[in-house]
Design a protein around this ligand. Structure first.
Ligand code: ZN
Length: 61
């Protein structure tokens, strides 16, 4: 299952932007939007879950 990064680098200021939303009940799907908020500039970043997930290299459950 796709798991978004908990912390990303803020595109604006280079600070740390934290994941600021919960996973949908049935997990993340392409096109869902994750929200990050930067702890430095307090900007919010909305990132779509990418269409192409590299399942091949994912964890084999
Ligand atoms: Zn920032």
């Amino acid at each position: 299952m796709f798991e978004p990064d908990r912390v990303i680098t803020c595109i604006d200021c280079g600070g740390r932007a934290h994941l600021n939303c919960y996973a949908p009940e049935d997990g993340w799907a392409p096109g869902d939007v994750t929200v990050y908020r930067c702890e430095d500039c307090l900007d919010a970043w909305y990132l779509e879950v990418p269409e192409e997930i590299d399942w091949e290299r994912g964890r084999p459950d």
